[in-house]
Design a protein around this ligand. Sequence first.
Ligand code: BT5
Length: 245
Amino acid sequence: SAVEYGLDAPYEVEYHDTIGSTNDRAREAASEGAQNLVVLADEQTGSRGRLDREWSAPSGGIWVSPVLRPDIPPAHAPLVTLAAAVATTTAAREAGVDAQIKWPNDVLVPTADGDKKLVGILTEMEGEADRVSWIVPGIGINANIDSDELPEGATSLREQVGDVHRRVFTQRVLETLDELLTDEDAILEQWREYALTLGQRVRVETSDDVVEGEAVDIERPGTLLVDTGSETVRVHAGDCEHLRP
Ligand code: BT5
């Protein structure tokens, strides 16, 4: 289950003090043929979350969009997103943060005040039926930012452990992502180890359904298995809420 990552060192870094969205720029560059490119910004003025939601990206964060050209079918793309969540969680834990993953790819920090979101990932791609042409797992890490500059429910590395060296932290994330993408089994194993969601009661809203039960496992390429008490439901995509007793 080895995949070709397509981000070979030395990769090119395109840095912007300020930009609309690093994902928009990475997509544009990818469609013009860019390879081995990482788009980085200190601040974004029009960054996006999933489903056209807004993402706050003030100065001091790590807003990074690598252009990858892995040799995988589009159906495997969710694994790349899981890998990005695992890579950022690894780097955050190494920095001393108790980071955990909420399915499919939010990186949260549990606090007395509820789970706070540290990282968000928006993956976009283009390709044929059998092979992606490019894939951009856009990663937003609240790094050296005061929490009052972030929306309700968010936290930052600064708030948790103090400021990090952004270049070093970003390199660690990209290097870990690179390693993980050579081994699909390792992505799922690490994800399970870091998961906050597994073993919890969840409520998942899919495009046409609501599934409630205990999250029991994840399987490739990122499907959540929910035990409703009467059956095991496989959820491929949706918004997941943890239900606390
Ligand atoms: C995400 O969407 O979590 C994906 C965010 C991806 C951002 C990166 S930054 C680099 C690249 N360039 C882009 O333009 N995007 C990517 P979603 O799961 O839909 O969560 C969005 C929700 O998170 C919002 O509706 C807010 O409630 C909340 N939110 C917004 N900004 C946040 C922040 N900085 N930290 C934590 N939560 C935030």
